[in-house]
Design a protein around this ligand. Structure first.
Ligand code: FES
Length: 507
């Protein structure tokens, strides 16, 4: 073996690790901001990001190992792991700092990589905070690599270094300009945040009517003025504005690629307060009605595997989700209901997805579905829509970070941990006011010119969603899981309050 073998390995592995790290961080930024594919569900992008970062860590380990084993390089194991232990200096004016930063980067890289491997069992906020350190790593690595190697004077090395630093800078600019995650970014289009847009209503007519199961009516709405309706993603719903002033939200269950109509399926609820009864009794082919949306509070996150669980009419958003997935994506559906006759789309689902769909009709099986058996040891995210007992059973079993759900109705939540009186600032108007215990936050916003659109007033429809810029909300709504809301930084002020003395809202 050439006496210089390990020295070449040291230099090559360092450069490769740097390149991989920059590409991995850049890829992660593009993925998180959805610059790459705004409306896709690209789990391969995430897989590639993980693969690149795993390789970057491997080459970093090789770099450190070869430095240690190389008799030519003056590095002991202690030099590689203890900051300021090494006496190596490449650029006099910078002293030991480039090497110190290299050691620090190794530790940060280990922290980022190990928490990523454990992300499914770690609190999401903790994982995210550590993951943000990858920006620090990539900046420090640039400094370490730019001022500590023996190649720093070679023109090719300089060209590569400049390109990497430019790429890092460009990626950080993209991250700053598009600061939010995929879910939040999609909110900037019409899918998610009705309150950042005026609530656009369109008059639509009922183009098709069918009855896919006992007590369920399916309707497709079209707009006579436009052939292509606003785009939507699986999990979205539209709001029907009933003639009596009521608003009702229904999940879209058709094919998102089919832009000429919006399809919903509505169960006639025995305890209907007017919504489903109106749809069943009054809407026939040709009827017109005001419709707003689509909006989305139940988005499908990128993943390589999914577990879907639907109860009764909760199949509607789940159906559009599974139909949107690429054919080779790994997923399973448990669809439970009282009887096959009362469950919409059973035959269609069984025919289109043989082997993936488990139908559980209570009148055939005579017992509730075994959720533990269905989920098994899988760590895949679980998407559920169905009645409250089903949701409650899953909330008990599945960690919050893995469970994504949509409710039919509001649940009772205890207001513990909130403050009695708090200050609210509406960031855009600069208005600041106090909210007392007896006042709803939504009303307080309205009386100070905040102008939020609302609908159910019970924390279930998601219409009054507002972004929280500062402070800690006390979530009392039933729209989505609290972890989901905190992740994207939103709250529903029709029922939710504050857990901190001050809230700053994006209004
Ligand atoms: S108005 Fe329905 S969640 Fe607030």
């Amino acid at each position: 073996m050439s006496p210089e073998f390990w020295w070449y390995v040291t230099r090559a592995s360092a450069l490769i690790a740097w390149v991989l790290l920059v590409i991995s961080v850049t890829w992660g930024i593009l993925l998180s901001t959805r610059v790459l594919k705004p409306n896709d569900n690209p789990s391969w992008l995430l897989d590639l990001h993980r693969w690149l970062s795993g390789l970057a860590v491997s080459f970093t380990a090789l770099h450190m190992f070869s430095l240690w084993i190389d008799s030519y390089a003056p590095f002991s194991a202690a030099d590689l792991f203890i900051p300021f232990h090494s006496t190596y200096v490449q650029v006099e004016s910078l002293g030991k700092w480039p090497i110190v930063l290299g050691v620090v980067c190794a530790y940060l890289l280990i922290a980022v990589q190990s928490t990523s491997l454990l992300m499914k069992v770690l609190p999401r906020k903790f994982w995210k905070a550590i993951h943000y350190l990858s920006y620090v790593v990539v900046l420090l690595v640039s400094f370490h690599a730019g001022w500590s190697g023996t190649d720093v004077r070679a023109w090719l090395y300089r060209v590569v270094a400049i390109l990497l630093i430019m790429l890092t800078t460009a990626a950080l600019i993209v991250r700053i300009l598009f600061p939010k995650s995929a879910r939040s970014l999609s909110a900037t289009v019409e899918h998610r945040r009705p309150n950042q847009l005026s609530e656009v209503k369109r008059t639509m007519y009922v183009r098709e009517v069918s009855h896919p199961a006992t007590g369920i009516k399916s309707l497709t709405f079209a707009d006579a003025q436009v052939s292509e309706l606003p785009a939507w993603v699986p999990g979205s719903h539209i709001t029907l504005h009933l003639p009596n002033g009521m608003k009702r939200q229904y999940s879209l269950c058709g094919d998102p690629a089919e832009r000429s109509g919006y399809e919903i399926a509505v169960l006639r609820a025995p305890e209907s307060r007017g919504g489903s009864a109106f749809v069943h009794d009054e809407l026939v082919a040709g009827s017109t009605i005001e419709v707003s949306g689509p909006h989305n509070h139940f988005e499908l996150e990128p993943a390589s595997e999914y577990i879907f669980i639907a109860g009764g009419i909760g199949i509607t958003p789940i159906k559009s989700m599974i139909e949107s997935l690429p054919q080779r994506r790994n997923w399973r559906l448990l669809y439970a209901g009282r009887s096959r006759a009362s469950m919409a789309f059973v035959q269609e689902l069984e025919t289109n997805f043989p082997g993936r769909v488990t139908i559980h009709a209570n009148d055939e099986v005579g017992q509730q579905p075994n959720l533990d058996e269905f989920i098994g040891t899988s760590q895949a995210p679980v998407y559920v829509c169905g009645p409250e007992p089903l949701l409650a059973a899953l909330i008990e079993r599945v960690p919050a970070g893995r469970l994504h759900f949509e409710r039919f109705a509001a649940i009772e939540r205890e207001a513990t941990g909130g403050v009695t009186e708090y200050e609210v600032t509406l960031n855009r108007s600069g208005t600041t006011f106090s909210v007392t215990e007896s006042e709803s936050l939504l009303d307080a916003i309205a009386s100070h010119g905040g102008g939020l659109i609302s609908s159910c007033g019970e924390g279930v429809c998601g219409t009054c969603e507002v972004r929280v810029l500062e402070g800690t909300p006390l979530h009392l709504d039933s729209v989505t899981g609290d972890a989901d809301k905190d992740e994207i930084g939103v709250m529903y002020p029709c029922v939710s309050r504050s857990a901190s003395k001050k809230l700053v809202l994006d209004l």
